[in-house]
Design a protein around this ligand. Structure first.
Ligand SMILES: Cc1cc2nc3c(=O)[nH]c(=O)nc-3n(C[C@H](O)[C@H](O)[C@H](O)COP(=O)(O)OP(=O)(O)OC[C@H]3O[C@@H](n4cnc5c(N)ncnc54)[C@H](O)[C@@H]3O)c2cc1C
Length: 225
């Protein structure tokens, strides 16, 4: 029970989750003149890129056997615009070789500041510390969501609801078809952390310029095998 009455929020587009997908969807929708609300459970946007410290922007460049030719950017559009913004704010490094492709290291704090600025400029209503917790259905259409906030619950209604929760939370709440991984098999989890004071020149001399796991590190230890 919550003795407080719920607050009604009406939008054309309601987006759950402020990770890369939700930020892109929100800004693109608002630039089409739509009234957009984005709800995010944490106090900042970024999802895996910020809360998860994933650290790099992958997927912009061609994967090739001819790495000597240098990075060829293949993905543009919003991702490119966002990267340019990060770059202008000093939050994005030059492309680094990563196996057969290139990746760019970003500063998570700059990522969220860039997202805040672009969401604000596009006129998106952003509600932080807001967790989507149940759906209101009309047949098989999601009419809106009940959202938990510290001020009480929001009764958020929209023409279109976009599930950018990264976990298909809204889809699952609505009982719509969903699945996990490849028949349940998912990528291994990774422990992500940041290091300072690394002697980068010495690292490169030892391991090479390829920033994907060097063989020396990933080779199976014959003692343990
Ligand atoms: C260990 C690991 C390492 C990775 N490394 C990289 C990398 O180096 N470079 C790269 O480009 N990609 C990397 N990725 C992939 C990248 O993190 C994802 O592709 C990306 O985060 C997906 O973005 P998204 O917006 O779909 O979801 P997410 O980033 O997961 O964002 C979802 C957002 O929704 C919010 N949310 C969830 N549920 C609710 C709810 N019920 N109510 C309100 N808000 C909610 C979350 O707080 C979050 O902010 C990595 C992924 C993992 C798991």
């Amino acid at each position: 029970m919550d003795a407080r009455s719920s607050i009604r929020v009406d939008s054309d587009v309601l987006i759950v989750g402020g990770g890369a997908a939700g930020v892109a969807a929100a800004i693109a929708s608002a630039r089409h003149g739509l009234n957009v609300t984005l709800v995010e459970r944490y106090g900042f946007c970024g999802g895996g890129a910020v809360a998860g410290l994933s650290g790099t922007v992958c997927g912009l460049y061609e994967a090739t056997n001819n790495v000597a030719a240098g990075p060829q950017q293949m993905v543009f559009g919003f991702a490119d615009e966002f990267c340019r913004r990060l770059e202008a704010m000093g939050g994005l490094g030059e492309p680094l070789l990563y196996g057969k492709t290139w990746t760019r290291v970003h500063d998570p704090l700059v990522w969220r500041e860039a997202a805040d600025a672009m969401l604000r400029e596009a006129g998106v209503r952003v509600i932080f510390h807001a967790v989507a917790q149940s759906v209101q259905m009309e047949g098989d259409k999601i009419e809106g969501l009940s959202i938990w906030t510290k001020q009480g619950s929001l009764d958020a209604r929209a023409q279109v609801v976009i599930d950018a929760s990264g976990d298909a939370d809204v889809v699952a709440m609505a009982g719509l078809p969903n699945f996990i991984g490849d028949n349940g098999a998912v990528q291994n989890p990774t422990m992500i952390f940041r290091m300072m004071g690394v002697d980068v020149d010495r690292f490169i001399r030892e391991y090479g310029v390829d920033t994907i796991m060097p063989e020396k590190v990933s080779a199976i230890d014959p003692v343990q095998a």
